[in-house]
Write a protein of this length. Structure first.
Length: 304
């Protein structure tokens, strides 16, 4: 991480500079983070401990919940702690580590959502071949590929950023270290780097979005030949996934598929995919899934 920077630490401006508002945010986001950890950890424990939830769909859901915990933990604790202090500083190394973590877990989550869409497509369109196509080995390989893909993307974004010189100012108009705010602080022309960053993130986002849309078009076409009961059951299993995709992809696309022009707007939108979506995921998947709710009730009765 050695470069020509004279800046050893950055100052995060956060979501607000009003002391009263920051105290309200502290309570609110602390509650949100506790819900994220508790809700997603409950799903992980439920899937691992339940013998009924051993299908590929729950295998992927377990990892999605684990990634949500990690993803939020990269930004939320620091943001929550900063609401109580006046000087919201972060070291250069800590800033780069946070940048790496955000992109690593975000990109991994995108790939997991794509894999989950593929799983639903096979389950609905080729139910007779599902068990032979989606074996444990295939699912494991898909999951490993998702993690490797997220790592490669994050390494690219991080290396591009660390090569830039930072000589001041060092105030980041955000509540965590991200590519666009850091590009605006670099002491050099970042036009080319900015294009590469947008191209990298945009290519992944658009490719994954096209795959997701294609998967659900195929699903909808195949449902025409099924009974109304079969359609309802198939759509109910896909409804939760579609909701999560919209909540996560919408804000991510807004932030990373275009050059950043308004950082204040960007950080407000970033709250949705770093805090709100990970918090809603457990509710979305449990409220619409009887198997998960039943497994949770059994787990609760067993513990009590």
């Amino acid at each position: 991480m050695e470069n020509a920077s004279s800046v050893k630490e950055f100052i995060l401006l956060g979501l607000s500079d009003n002391q009263g508002v920051q105290k309200i945010y502290f309570v609110m986001f602390l509650l949100f983070y506790m819900i994220i950890v508790a809700g997603n950890l409950l799903i992980v424990i439920t899937v691992i401990s339940s013998q009924r939830l051993n299908s590929p769909m729950y295998f992927f859901l377990c990892y999605l919940s684990f990634v949500d915990i990690c993803y939020s933990s990269v930004t939320a604790p620091k943001m929550i702690a900063d609401f109580l202090v006046e000087n919201k500083t972060i070291s250069f190394v800590g800033c780069i580590a946070q940048l790496f973590g955000v992109h690593f877990f975000a990109c991994t989550e995108i790939f997991i959502l794509v894999v989950m869409a593929y799983d639903r497509c096979i389950a609905i369109c080729k139910p007779l071949h599902y068990t032979t196509l989606m074996t444990r080995r295939v699912c494991t390989r898909m999951m490993i590929s998702s993690w490797v893909g997220g790592f490669m993307h994050s390494i690219a974004q991080t290396l591009l950023t660390t090569q830039l010189p930072f000589c001041g100012p060092n105030k980041i108009d955000h509540y965590f270290c991200d590519v666009h705010p850091l590009l605006q602080l670099a002491c050099t022309d970042t036009y080319v780097v900015g294009l590469i960053v947008v191209a990298n993130s945009g290519m992944i986002t658009l490719t994954c979005f096209v795959i997701l849309v294609t998967s659900y078009v195929v699903i909808l076409v195949s449902l025409r030949s099924q009974t109304s009961e079969g359609r309802y059951k198939a759509l109910s299993t896909c409804g939760s996934h579609i909701t999560v995709v919209i909540l996560f992809f919408g804000p991510c696309t807004f932030i990373y598929i275009r050059p950043s022009s308004n950082l204040s707007e960007d950080k407000s939108v970033a709250v949705f995919y770093t805090v709100i979506t990970p918090m809603l995921n457990p509710l979305i998947y449990t409220l619409r899934n009887e198997e998960v709710k039943s497994a949770m009730r059994k787990l609760w009765r067993r513990k009590v």
